[in-house]
Design a protein around this ligand. Structure first.
Ligand SMILES: Cc1cc2nc3c(=O)[nH]c(=O)nc-3n(C[C@H](O)[C@H](O)[C@H](O)COP(=O)(O)OP(=O)(O)OC[C@H]3O[C@@H](n4cnc5c(N)ncnc54)[C@H](O)[C@@H]3O)c2cc1C
Length: 476
């Protein structure tokens, strides 16, 4: 029989963003309904962050034997990869985390979970399965999906996306990846290190959202490892290959070329999950990029909020979590909390890692005119030398008074090294704060202190004095 529910808050989508709102709201005592049509945990747990980092972990282990030789450790020849066991490892990590996002856990928190697709039937009402929900507030947290680029023939060939690539139990002989963004390149490196031949096709520039000065190091490493990366090409069509697999016809430097792979992976951007929600019935405006929201994450229907990938503009799990806090304050406490995107961090988990927060050099120049650009290389770091992991750079941007505007790192553990810079950007700290910290020796985090110290060196001192300051920065 049809059921009518009238909770304080109804959340659509049990991914990173929706789960955070539902947990927070119910713990605050709000009557909460959570609707999920697929797997609890959404993309991050099932088809995104968790499986991609798990397969990368396996891939990094795969080359340990090869790397050991530099340290005088010889572990035998090339590693043997049991691809099914790699698959089982990835699924095992998902299974280990899944209880945290499960129906049982959320019902235990007092949330009413409905496992069905939701669609609005009016400005204050939706249907999900047999239930009609009339909530005081709604939150749309429906995420995004792999976008299918308009390539002739693509719809007629079998292709993988992030929703299916982690189901592979056999190594692809030759994986062709369309899209050289973080998702495409993380998976390209993982598959290559696990023994697949990999070709990546990019119509623009690889890792286009990051600073080319730093991305070049990632691309060089991938190419050295045997990943073929073609940039600035035009894909004309895709078709089934005669002997099985898929052929991509493309134009490279004006010349036609065909590449045939055993498997095709499409990682060419994300499309917001707005279809099938019947947003029109609720008066919620959206574009192909996602649902329109104001700084408080309210949609054009003031009773409805949207967050995470479906609202954008940054499609990361940590942003969905950040959005959730803003929505809870606005929707439940009526505190006018607004998003602040000054210190949005992101990391690409290739080896070497690539990490960024705040403004890059171009954006900083546009906004602030006169800026300072500071650089320090990992090869000057003793720990990096000991680890034989010296390929890396930190680049920091300050305004003319030394206030930190942004930071980017490429190198080992770049993602782990980013946090103090997120604080510096968010707190509008002066670079002297970082320069004055005592960094433990020998750690990679000394690169942060050293790059900060270079601000004063370049501005104030002669060459001789610089040497003394370098000494003090290291041992002082
Ligand atoms: C391969 C890959 C790797 C990634 N790696 C990282 C990373 O390392 N770090 C990082 O920060 N981010 C990463 N991301 C991005 C991250 O996964 C997303 O930003 C995050 O999952 C967004 O959370 P969300 O809550 O907005 O949406 P989702 O997690 O996608 O959840 C949305 C949920 O809504 C459900 N839903 C949709 N429509 C309806 C409906 N009509 N009714 C009911 N339910 C519905 C969906 O089934 C889904 O479960 C990665 C993404 C991919 C694809």
């Amino acid at each position: 029989m049809a059921e009518v529910l009238t909770p304080d808050i109804c959340v659509i989508g049990a991914g990173s963003g929706g789960l955070s709102v539902a947990a927070g709201a119910s713990q605050m005592g709000a009557e909460t309904v959570l609707i999920e049509k697929g797997k609890m945990g959404g993309d991050c747990l099932n088809y995104g962050c968790v499986p991609s980092k798990s397969i990368l972990a396996a891939a990094h282990h795969a080359i340990e034997g090869r790397n050991g030789r530099r340290f005088g450790v010889i572990n035998g020849g090339e590693p043997k990869i049991d691809f099914r066991a790699v698959h089982d490892h990835v699924q095992g990590v998902i299974a280990a985390i899944a209880p945290h996002d499960s129906v049982e856990r959320f019902e235990g928190l007092g949330v009413r979970v409905i496992q069905a697709a939701a669609a609005f039937t009016g400005p204050r009402e939706l249907r999900a399965g047999d239930a009609t929900v009339r909530a005081r507030r709604f939150v749309v947290a429906t995420g995004s999906s792999a976008m299918a680029p308009p390539i002739p023939g693509l719809a007629e060939v079998p292709y993988l996306t992030n929703e299916t690539v982690f189901d592979l139990t056999e190594r692809p002989a030759h994986l062709v990846v369309i899209g050289a963004g973080p998702i495409g390149l993380e998976l390209a490196q993982a598959q290559r290190r696990l023994g697949a031949r990999v070709t990546v096709l990019e119509v623009a520039r690889a890792l286009a959202k990051d600073d080319p000065e730093l991305t070049s190091l990632v691309l060089t490493r991938l190419r050295k490892e045997g990943v073929e990366i073609l940039e600035g090409i035009k894909i004309s069509s895709v078709s089934k290959a005669d002997g099985g697999g898929v052929t991509v016809t493309l134009e490279e430097d004006g010349a036609a070329r065909e590449i045939t792979g055993s498997h095709l992976l499409v990682a060419a951007g994300r499309a917001a999950n707005v279809q099938s929600l019947n947003l029109e019935a609720a008066g919620i405006a959206y574009t192909p990029k996602g649902i329109e929201v104001d700084a408080r994450l309210r949609t054009t229907n003031k009773k409805v909020y949207a967050l995470g990938d479906v609202a954008g503009p940054y499609q990361f799990t940590h942003m969905a979590g950040y959005h959730a806090g803003i929505v809870i304050r606005n929707a439940l406490f009526r505190m006018p909390a607004k998003v602040d995107y000054r210190a949005v961090p992101w990391v690409t988990f290739t080896d070497p890692e690539l990490a960024h927060v705040g403004l890059d050099e171009t954006a900083a120049r546009e906004r602030h005119g006169e800026i300072r650009v500071l650089r320090w290389r990992f090869e000057e770091n003793d720990r990096a030398q000991a680890e034989r992991a010296t390929e890396g750079t930190i680049k920091v941007i300050t305004d003319k008074r030394g206030r930190v505007l942004g930071a980017s790192l490429v190198g080992p553990h770049a993602g782990e090294l980013l946090l103090p810079w997120i604080m510096a950007v968010q707190q509008r700290q002066k670079i002297g704060v970082m320069a004055g910290l005592i960094a433990p020796y020998p750690t990679l985090s000394e690169v942060s202190k050293r790059v900060a110290g270079s601000y004063f060196m370049d501005a104030l001192f002669s060459e001789r004095t610089k040497k003394i300051v370098r000494f003090l920065a290291k041992f002082g």
